[in-house]
Write a protein that binds this ligand. Structure first.
Ligand code: CAA
Ligand code: FAD
Length: 379
């Protein structure tokens, strides 16, 4: 057992920390208020290699390990979870899905610009009537010989209006149930593809969440990922890595709120001393620090297993389940430690509390993580 980070991993963490403080923090309250997508910041993240972190340099990526990815996600999410979800989706759902399961043509055409940050990707599994119950896909991809005819609606798609490349899950052979599902690469601008209105959300308000409508969209056969009927397994296997990203996002939200609460407690005076001198505050900080460290270790363990090529489905679900619950508890306590100041926007913790909630919902709710974990432990 070796807990020391490499020099490269420490450098990546520092680069992400500097970026978060210098580039994300200045406008984060305003972007949240006005639901403004962090377009300039995302462009810079692409130029710095944060959008294709784990993609091999052969395909325009930075060739880093999953541990570095967790470290970067934590630092970015301490400050701006709306920006970090872009990093998470592009890296661990779209780029990873294409690099691991795409063919050479798909990697050259689609992965390279995504990994370089020249284009953004979106992962489209959820539908109005298929969220947790993801096998109930209503979107259809009818086999027309040289192309698929795509019809249906996807819901809640992150990077919905900013992406250029969409990985869309759809049913081709309903009689085969989940074995009849395909994953297709759909380009923005294909005739019949429309982006719906932006969702007005409680948290991650800067992120770009839309429904997508497909009406007789012709998707070339060469855009199918994997064999006919592999789409559901593709989605599930890709989500295993995605959940490490969201776990690290939750960890970062918790750690960001904790750091703010710690500093505030050392400054705020009540009854002739700082509130950090009160044992009630000290115990809150002790619990927060302990839970955050446990969440961090779960995230790093899942990433380590992935880097080693070992099974990591259970570890990534455990990391996501635990880190997201810690994010919720920690941010609520961080607001409490700030008192009334915690309830207003300029102190940042109220935003972190709103942002924390989504980590218990997307990429599989906490209940779904418990299903995945219990199935593994009962195997
Ligand atoms: N890897 C490969 N295959 C897998 C797999 C994995 N990790 N997990 C399941 N499968 C396969 C199973 O082996 C099975 O195939 P076979 O019949 O050939 O064995 C098939 O998938 C169906 O599996 P289940 O029988 O377990 O299916 P289920 O209906 O019981 O559901 C579930 C399983 C875990 C609940 C799944 O539906 C699920 O994960 N739901 C949550 C969906 C989700 O996470 N959505 C996230 C959308 S993306 C997003 O949210 C992005 C964002 O926010 C930023
Ligand atoms: P439901 O599945 O209807 O769940 C409702 C409640 O029932 C939940 O508490 C759930 O845990 C519980 N429940 C359901 N089934 C069970 C069960 N078997 N046992 C116990 N409890 C159960 N999806 C994408 O494909 N791509 C994206 O980019 C994306 N981004 C998102 C961004 C945001 C901001 C949001 C809000 C969602 C996003 N999603 C995305 C969708 C997200 O993954 C789903 O919202 C999530 O999987 C839950 O599905 P649902 O909303 O349909 O809830």
């Amino acid at each position: 057992m070796y807990f020391e980070l490499t020099e490269e991993q420490k450098m990546i963490r520092q680069a992400a920390r500097d970026f978060a403080q210098n580039e994300l923090k200045p406008g984060v309250i305003e972007r949240d208020e006005h639901q403004k997508f962090p377009a300039e910041q995302v462009k810079m993240l692409g130029e710095l290699g944060f959008l294709g972190m784990m993609v091999s340099p052969q395909y325009g990526g930075s060739g880093m390990d999953a541990i570095s990815y967790v470290l970067a996600m934590e630092e970015l999410s301490k400050v701006d979870a709306s920006a970090s979800v872009v990093v998470s989706v592009n890296n661990s759902l779209v780029c990873y899905g294409l690099e691991k399961y795409g063919n050479d043509f798909q990697k050259e055409k689609y992965l390279v610009p995504l990994a370089k940050g020249e284009k953004l990707g979106a992962f489209c599994l959820s539908e109005p009537e298929a969220g947790s119950d993801a096998t109930s896909q209503k979107t259809t991809a009818i086999d027309m010989g040289d192309h698929y005819l795509l019809n249906g609606v996807k819901n809640w798609i992150t990077n919905g209006s900013t992406a250029s490349t969409y990985l869309v899950i759809a049913q081709t052979h309903p009689e085969k149930r989940h074995h009849g599902i395909n994953a297709l690469i759909v380009e923005r601008g294909m005739p019949g593809f429309e982006v719906g209105a932006k969702e007005n959300k409680m948290g991650i308000r800067g992120s770009d969440t839309h429904s997508l409508m497909f009406t007789d969209v012709k998707v070339p056969k060469e855009n199918r990922i994997g064999e006919d009927g592999y789409g559901f397994k593709f989605a599930m296997a890709t989500l295993e890595g995605g959940r490490i990203g969201i776990a690290a996002q939750a960890l970062g939200i918790a750690a960001g709120a904790y750091e703010l609460a710690l500093n505030y407690a050392k400054e705020r005076k009540a009854f002739g001393k700082t509130i950090a001198d009160l044992q009630a505050t000290q115990f809150k900080l002790a619990d927060m620090a302990t839970e955050i460290e446990a969440a961090r270790l779960l995230c790093l363990k899942a990433a380590w297993l992935k880097d080693k090529g070992l099974p990591y489905a259970q570890a990534s679900s455990m990391a996501k389940l635990y880190a997201s619950e810690v994010a919720m508890r920690t941010t609520v306590e961080a607001v409490q430690i700030h008192g009334g100041y915690g309830f207003v926007k300029e102190y940042h913790v109220e935003r972190l509390m709103r942002d924390a909630k989504i980590t218990q919902i997307y990429e599989g709710t906490s209940e779904i993580q418990r299903i995945v974990i219990s199935r593994e432990v009962l195997k």
